[in-house]
Design a protein around this ligand. Structure first.
Ligand code: PEP
Ligand code: MG
Length: 572
């Protein structure tokens, strides 16, 4: 089979200076590199002159923090959805009293200047967060971002972050802070390349949501990508080619200019139907999904409505949060997931942040062991919202590991008059027990992000393990195959709602394994639909076999991509 090395990314066949990473948002793009403005770095230890009053110096910190927060809040007002949330969260963190008090105390007690005091205090806060692990540890990077912005404000240095240039560019960075990702403007940023980050990092999820081709986890290779150098980024294959020839740049630009749409009917070339659904977290996301032609919602992440809440939201409030999402899809399927609290998404009213291993702890459905009333209230709210709207509401629980859990959840849904009750398959045990689980539950939806994390024993938030948190690993695909076999035995539908569904090449494999619906960020719908529409079911099955039989994620991806010439034709 003939294949162009740049398209498949097979190691050893690439030109020597091609940089390899993990392709997390498909598409081809070319342009000059613009490196993320680096933070000014650690300020020197400088002390206040003897006898000088420390109070005015300490007061500068709160003032600078207020300016940073106001700037971020102003930027937040110019965007919406997840991008707005990220900016607002960073703005709040900029005026976090714990950080500001500690920094002011440092000025008064150690008599160091304000920038140094902010540096030291932020270091201690970040250390405490890292010690908590999981989601809290991730927030340590946000503290670093806020620290750098306050120091830039105090010293008059340029604000670190995404550069502003007259021409579109390829953004290259060690990693992107959430506030940076929130400011990515697809008209400005043609592609993103980062040294760190994995397929489920903030960068990857937002790049996909914005339709910006992205390669993450490129490691030391980014060092050679100097500012202004022209590069060609292939966000599907995970490659960055420096100094591409003119024809390649022209092809990339032509493809980027093509606008594909989804006609609202997912199918293979021979007419086998595959429902193409959307993942949403709030009403704005649901509106975007409906506008993109999604056939329904395959994953409504209800916890996103309540991430900043210290207390359980009341039933009425929940009904009010769910109804506008359901209202976007009258007569269509909307799969509502019950609260997936814990690990990277702690909700103080059900999770315990003191656990040593939160990803293996009381998260997802397991929180109902500790707080059964929270699940009960939520099911009541979902049932009320469903009764008030026209959507076909299905309900599913995250992190189901046993047959008994599935049985209990289905029974709880039935008590609330919710007839379609399913499970997420995110834990390998659930994949292996899919037969008996689906004898109880009405459907399964595979969460490939967590299924990959647990199959590979690799924290999905760790950029340094990006090569392991890759859903192309044949071990993960074998678990998908096992789930589909369980579904076929019981005649129950099996869908996928993890990020894997948004990768057009992997979507072909999933359909070949027997998955009947794919749920993804709305931006990915046209690409996934186009590749499926060009591939018949038999070919999907052959490629699925090749992927499952491969020995590594890399060879599975390379084999499937080489067998799908349509990817190159569509620039994916
Ligand atoms: C998953 O784990 O694949 C999934 C869809 O759930 P989340 O990403 O919200 O954990
Ligand atoms: Mg999950």
């Amino acid at each position: 089979m003939s294949q162009s090395p740049e398209r498949t990314g097979t190691p050893g066949t690439l030109a020597p200076d091609v940089v390899r990473g993990v392709g997390v948002s498909p598409g081809l793009a070319a342009g000059p590199v613009a490196r993320l403005a680096p933070p000014a770095g650690e300020p020197a230890v400088s002390h206040l002159p003897a006898g000088a009053d420390a109070d005015p110096e300490a007061a500068r910190i709160a003032e600078a923090a207020r300016t940073v927060a106001a700037d971020l809040t102003g930027l937040a007002a110019t965007v919406d959805g997840e991008r707005r949330n990220l900016l607002e969260t960073t703005a709040q963190m900029a005026t976090d009293p714990a950080l500001l008090k500690a920094a002011a105390a440092q000025v008064r007690e150690a008599r160091v200047t304000a920038p140094r005091a902010v540096w030291d205090a932020a270091g201690r806060v970040a250390e405490q967060l890292r010690a908590l692990g999981g989601y809290m540890a991730e927030r340590a990077r946000d503290v670093g971002d806020v620290r750098d912005r306050i120091i830039a404000e105090l010293t008059g240095a340029p604000v670190p972050g995404v550069p502003r240039r007259p021409e579109p560019f390829v953004l290259v960075a060690a990693d992107l802070a959430p506030a940076d990702t929130a400011l990515l403007d697809p008209a400005q940023v043609r592609a993103v390349v980062t040294a760190e980050g994995g397929p489920t990092s903030h960068t990857a999820i937002l790049a996909r949501a914005l339709g910006i081709p992205a390669v993450v986890g490129a490691g030391d290779g980014v060092a050679g990508l100097a500012d202004g150098r022209i590069v060609l980024v292939d966000g599907g294959a995970g490659t960055v080619t420096p100094d591409p020839d003119e024809a390649a740049v022209r092809r990339a630009n032509e493809r980027a200019a093509q606008v594909r749409t989804f006609d609202g009917r997912g199918r293979t070339a021979d007419g086998h139907l595959v429902a193409l659904l959307a993942n949403v977290g709030d009403p704005a996301g649901a509106r975007a999904a409906a506008a993109a032609g999604a056939q329904g919602v395959g994953l409504f992440r209800t916890e996103f409505c309540f991430l900043d809440r210290a207390e359980e939201p009341g039933v009425e409030e929940q009904v009010a949060a769910y109804r506008p999402v359901l209202a976007q899809f009258p007569g269509r399927k909307v799969v509502v997931r019950t609260l997936d609290a814990g690990a990277d998404k702690p909700l103080p009213f059900v999770t315990d942040t003191a656990e040593a291993n939160p990803a293996l702890g009381v998260r997802g459905l397991r929180t109902a062991r500790r707080a059964p009333e929270v699940l009960d209230h939520q099911l009541r709210a979902i049932a009320a919202a469903a009764a008030a709207e026209q959507a076909d509401v299905w309900v599913m629980a995250p992190m189901v590991a046993t047959v008994a859990e599935a049985e209990d959840f289905v029974a709880a849904c039935a008590r609330h008059g919710l007839p379609m009750a399913g499970v997420m398959v995110e834990v390998p045990s659930a994949a292996l027990l899919a037969g008996p689980i689906l004898a109880r539950a009405h459907f399964a939806s595979i969460g490939t992000n967590d299924l990959t994390q647990y199959a590979m024993a690799a924290d999905r938030t760790l950029g340094s393990l990006a090569d392991l948190t890759d859903s192309w690993h044949p071990a993960v695909l074998q678990l998908v195959a096992a789930t589909c076999r369980g579904g076929a035995q019981q005649d129950r539908p099996v869908g996928v709602c993890g990020e894997a569904a948004a990768d057009p090449a992997l979507a072909v494999v999933l359909v070949g394994l027997g998955v009947s619906s794919l749920s993804m960020t709305p931006r990915a719908l046209p690409d996934v639909a186009a590749v499926l529409a060009a591939t018949d079911l038999q070919r999907c099955r052959e490629l699925a076999r090749a992927a499952v039989d491969a020995e590594s994620a890399e060879s599975a991806r390379a084999a499937v991509r080489a067998g799908l010439p349509v990817l190159a034709e569509l620039g994916l």
